[in-house]
Design a protein around this ligand. Sequence first.
Ligand SMILES: [Zn+2]
Length: 468
Amino acid sequence: MSAPQLLAPAAVVADLEAHHDGDLAALLELVRIPSVSADSSHAPDVRRAAAYLAERFRAAGPFEVEVFETARHPVVTAEWRGAPGAPTVLVYGHYDVQPPDPVERWDSPPFEPTERDGRLYARGASDDKSPMFIPITVAAAYFRTLGRLPLNVVFLIEGEEEIGSPSLVPFVTRERERLTADLVVSADGGMWRADHPSTMVSTRGMLKLEFTLRGAAKDLHSGRHGGGIANPLHAMAELVASLHDADGRVAVAGFYEDVQPIPEAWRASAHSLPFDDAGYLAEVGAPAAFGEAGFSTLERQWYRPTLELNGLWGGYQGEGSKTVLPSEAHAKLTCRLVADQDPADLRAKIERHLHEHLPPGVTLEIEPGTEGATAYRLPDGHPGLRAVVGSLRAVYGVEPWVIGMGGSVPICEAFQRHLGMDTVFFSFAVGDEDIHAPNEFFRLHRFVEGRRAWADLLARLPEEIGHG
Ligand SMILES: [Zn+2]
């Protein structure tokens, strides 16, 4: 491909190089703070990390900096709207970290950042302190060299991501005006592989359902009653088998009704990845790939919905045998949803299927439940994605991969639902950096690459999003 052009101003890039050591030292100071959000004994540390971030924002430039109290841990915002007519981005990240346990499995203390082989080892180094700190240093370089940013920027750095962001939705709805932007750029959410740049365009939603089948009012003797009363375990086997067809498709009527087709470019990117079923099967130790016909394994895991049994039980499970005709059988299932499936609508469809396919002789009881997460998907051809891809291409000199995510990232859906804003992912962490595990690390060359890329992205976004 032709040499991609870095849109970042040369003066900013040079300034970042000149300040590399000082900025890295400032990051290490943040990493040393054990801001473990789940552990209340670390609440003062979480607070200290928020205060430190606020101080870094104030040092970076003329940001309006706020530390907001929430029910638990503070949210730090830094706002600069000095580019009238230019678009606005909301930069999302989090400064809290997972507990370091088991501490004895670390090769160096989790809160003493240690460099080995070009990697920075520490809890939070990858998730999310380095990726989140990079754009702060880039903003500082813009203010030092040009006195301004190329567009309006609002940072939103929370301290509760690792405990499920309980304060985030109340906060964004309350501070809607302050946070209004054209696009969210998430500095959280890693790349797929270390040797090739990538960005996520979708996350899957989730739906949980639990149900019980009942036959007789109590367990019965299978000799005295067997043959005369329905066995709920048999009925359960029949019922759960009806949930899929022979091709691995979910057989619930209307299940795929609202599923959007996968954009061609995303399919092409998924097919270009160095992923093969044989290697994957060896990794997970499974004898064969399985799933909905007509899609590759990655497409099924990223862009297609699933219905999965997570638990199935009933009857006698103890040693030896027991001649019982059980009175109950239980099942738990979850669905991974994709856009535009609605968890409540899907739940109703599955409940209807269970009732309609209920074998004779048993009754069905479905646990009430409303919880569910909606999937998120960036609209096809989104200008924010063009900007992200353009910046990664300019820094790495290769075509970035566009990838999906099988799991859920509730913040995307929250920003979409409550603020009407789409999210693009721009993180320089990699999925293999042992986040949430001992010996978490961040690749230090990505600190350099990430700074160039963020400098480029801030310059590129106004061109792609347009002004206004
Ligand atoms: Zn994270």
